[in-house]
Design a protein around this ligand. Sequence first.
Ligand code: ADP
Ligand code: MG
Length: 238
Amino acid sequence: MGYIRFENIVKNFGSTQVLKNINLDIEKGQLVTLLGPSGCGKSTLLRCLAGLETVTSGKIWLDGKEITNVEPRKRDIGMVFQQYSLFPNLTVEKNVAFGLQLKKMSKNQIDTKVKEMLEIVGLGDKGKNYPSQLSGGQQQRAALARAIVTEPKVLLLDEPLSAIDALLRKSLQMEIRRIQRETDITAIFVTHDQNEAMVMSDMIHLLYDGKIEQSAEPAQMYARPATKFAASFIGSYN
Ligand code: ADP
Ligand code: MG
């Protein structure tokens, strides 16, 4: 059994089935990618894991416990979205400290932890700035710091680099990978960009129309796509 397990997950919106019996195991400490075209159900699957959507049927497990009906803030999951992840009215420091205030920590401990985390994401000198004073890439670094400062069991990244220009995106891909390895956090990265999936992932789970089309390591996915869809989608890799 994986550290995270999706078991027969079905999700309907009204009469439309958007997740069609998803079964997936994710190993601890890996960065795995949910890859697939727009509308195939990637965000919905992440939101089910985070508890932001309820599943229609099926079970979700994390670290040996069933969490299908556990309320979101008790799931111990950090999340970064495409954009607007930060509180605009709080400084970067305060944004990162936000989740720590719910923990039993002194102000000193919080300050130290926040400084440490801002160093890790390369924003050591930006603590006093407001989000609007940062570039898009810096904002996503800050969002990443805020998501992992509480040391959640899982980090969910829903197309976090899609709004970042192409040149900077490459360096941020490497940066996210470095931080994931450094913190040894289990991460699920969502993207529609096969390039991004290829360079970042331990495992790729390719989704198509609410189903897992193929699960493989990047090199294997590239060398041996298992279906026509996988071949054409991965084949546009450049
Ligand atoms: P992806 O992230 O892969 O682009 P989504 O998970 O956002 O795909 O969406 C999958 C499908 O579910 C899409 O057809 C989308 O329109 C639909 N969908 C997503 N959220 C809702 C919702 N709250 N209500 C109705 N339909 C939704
Ligand atoms: Mg999405």
